[in-house]
Design a protein around this ligand. Structure first.
Ligand SMILES: Nc1ncnc2c1ncn2[C@@H]1O[C@H](COP(=O)(O)OP(=O)(O)O)[C@@H](O)[C@H]1O
Ligand SMILES: [Mg+2]
Length: 385
């Protein structure tokens, strides 16, 4: 699992360190533009390096000239944690950096280390250049980071009827996936998982009785070509295929097709399907987790997350939220508060670093404590009374 992340000169993070407790469920809270999404992105970029070279990941809006703090000439993201394999525990560390070169370009570098003890500053393997990735890193690091997903689920996309010709539909690393074909696959190949999804969904959204999948027409566009004078001329052809769509049986006796299912319900179903997938992720990064959910459903979602984590010893979930109902279901050491300091950079503290935390634990819920104290106490330096 991931224990520690350190961001240097990553967007608004001049020098941010997050230490995760052992619960494997962690919230990032704080005002808009405090830097929550940036933390998830920095981590997700690291995970993508498991299979892709720097040149494939750090382009467009993720290029070093955008993600490096304005005015700075280098940035770094360092992550470390541990991994238990055959009853032994190993520590691992991975670092990626960018630095500006004399001619104005950016040079990436990557470093890693594994150890049976704590990770120290010595003995790291270093690689510089745009064609590096973690493909050659020790399996332990590669396999851990390879199963990470970043999700900002979009209800409209999940609700669409979909067609998949893959044998095992899977969640794309960017969080987009074909909900109905994936559920259909699970129902046939992993019925116990399918039942768990159904059971957990009906607890978060009590009116749902059963999840169904029915056949639906889906337009699928394919690229084709014709050969003319030895040249290929490409064109798009849209074909109507028989795909699938999710349909929910409600307690009222109604059957609701996915496009008409409420946004919160379809997002919850999407989330559960990702978490319960047989090719289960180790690290799940979720942005704005409460979208569209009633306070009661938000609380129930956290209960479900805790159950899924308890059943899956490798799974860790880091999410951003603005909801005190969600924070209420956590203890202070699970809540990371991000704040913009006077200098405009992010400062992060864990809610259990607050000087009054012991008093608050006796008196207030975690959500009430956060609500009462806000973010203003999160400033540079040690916290004092
Ligand atoms: N290159 C950069 N240098 C400095 N600050 C940046 C850079 N790119 C983005 N930012 C700032 O970082 C913040 C990003 O916030 P974000 O992570 O999206 O916050 P949240 O998810 O908490 O709303 C914004 O305040 C933005 O102005
Ligand atoms: Mg955000």
């Amino acid at each position: 699992m991931l224990k520690n992340v350190r961001l240097n000169n990553y967007k608004s993070h001049k020098n941010t360190q997050l230490n995760f407790d052992n619960s494997r469920l962690h919230a990032l809270v704080g005002k808009n533009s405090a830097g929550k999404t940036s933390v998830l992105q920095a981590l997700y970029n690291l995970c993508k390096l498991a299979n892709s070279e720097f040149s494939q990941i750090f382009k467009k809006d993720q290029s070093p000239s955008f993600i490096t703090t304005i005015g700075e000439e280098n940035m770094s993201v360092l992550a470390s944690g541990f991994w238990t394999q055959e009853e032994s525990q190993y520590s691992w560390g991975v670092l990626y950096t960018f630095s500006k070169e004399n001619y104005g370009g950016w040079l990436p570098s990557l470093a890693w280390k594994i150890d049976e003890k704590e990770i120290t500053g010595e003995g790291w393997e270093h690689f510089s250049g745009w064609d590096n990735s973690l493909i050659k890193s020790p399996r332990l690091i590669h396999d851990y980071l390879n199963y990470a997903v970043y999700l900002k689920l979009v209800a409209g996309n999940l609700g669409k009827a979909a067609y998949s010709d893959e044998i095992t539909p899977k969640v794309e690393t960017d969080g987009s996936f074909l909900l109905a074909p994936t559920l259909d696959f699970l129902r046939d190949e992993a019925p116990e998982k399918f039942e768990l999804i159904e059971e957990k969904l009906s607890r978060i959204v009590p009116n749902v009785r059963r999840i169904g999948i029915r056949r639906a027409k889906v337009p699928v566009s394919r690229q084709r070509f014709i050969q003319a004078d030895g040249k290929r001329i490409f064109y798009e052809e849209t074909q109507e295929m028989t795909g699938q769509e999710v349909i929910l049986d409600m307690n009222t006796g109604e059957r609701i097709p996915a496009h008409a299912i409420s946004e919160g319900t379809i997002l919850t179903l999407g989330l559960l399907t990702v978490l319960m997938n047989p090719s289960q992720p180790n690290l799940v990064l979720l942005d704005d987790v409460e979208q569209g959910l009633h306070p009661k459903a938000q609380r129930e979602l956290m209960t479900v997350f805790k159950e899924i984590i308890a059943d899956n010893p490798n799974l860790q979930i880091i999410f951003s939220t603005h909801s005190p109902y969600i924070v209420d279901e956590l203890v202070p050491s699970q809540v990371h508060i991000l704040n913009n300091s006077n200098s405009g950079f992010t400062v992060a503290k864990r809610l259990d670093e607050h000087p009054d935390v012991e008093w608050a634990k006796q008196t207030l819920t975690t959500g009430e404590f956060w609500d009462a104290e806000g973010e203003e106490w999160v400033v540079e330096g040690e916290v004092s009374d």
